[in-house]
Design a protein around this ligand. Structure first.
Ligand SMILES: [Ca+2]
Length: 181
């Protein structure tokens, strides 16, 4: 675990309840819907970079309710945030030591990248404090991307680190590899 803290600047300690909010614009009339999904992958202290212990997304809930998808959208229609996820990190069992949150674009209508979706944005907040924000411009050619990772320190406090990294994978494949590095 100590390797996670090495040389990492900008870390904030002792996170409690964090929210990840995602927005995007609907596809133009007549084209397949833009369906973006927030995905959280939780890892155990024994295998922080191994197989996810569990996933949270539109079709999967956390076993103890500590990570919740509060809002789900299949189109990006409407004002404000289209998908919202809440992570009560301070309530997570000590079994879990790392959580990675990412965004994947449904590929039902052919290959669709962040560059194909207008006005995409994600924010990570704790209360009124913005921890991270991104518009996916750096990963415009990707079909999925990690956004942020949360790690538990040796003292048990949660820290965060923005990790916007693009993947060329559909949501199911992305979920299996999003925390591998
Ligand atoms: Ca969605």
């Amino acid at each position: 675990m100590s390797g996670l803290n090495k040389g990492a600047g900008g870390l904030s300690k002792g996170l409690g309840k964090v929210q990840v909010s995602l927005r995007w614009d609907p596809s133009p009339m007549g084209l397949p819907d833009n369906d973006l999904d927030l995905i959280a992958a939780t890892y155990t202290a024994e295998e922080p970079y191994g197989k996810p212990a569990y996933l949270v997304h539109f079709d999967s809930r956390s076993p103890d309710g500590t990570i919740l998808l509060n809002r789900d959208s299949r189109t990006g229609m409407g004002l404000g945030s289209d998908e919202v996820m809440t992570l009560e990190l301070d309530r997570l069992s000590p079994t879990y030591a790392r959580v990675v949150v990412g965004v994947a674009i449904q590929q039902g209508g052919g290959r669709k990248t962040f560059g194909d979706v207008a006005n995409t944005g994600v924010r990570v907040t704790e209360g009124y404090t913005e921890l991270a924000a991104d518009d996916f411009a750096a990963v415009a050619g990707a079909t999925a991307a990690t956004v942020v990772e949360f790690v538990r320190t040796g003292q048990g406090a949660w820290e965060y680190r923005p990790v916007v990294r693009g993947f060329d994978a559909d949501p199911a494949a992305f979920a299996t590899v999003m925390g591998s590095a």
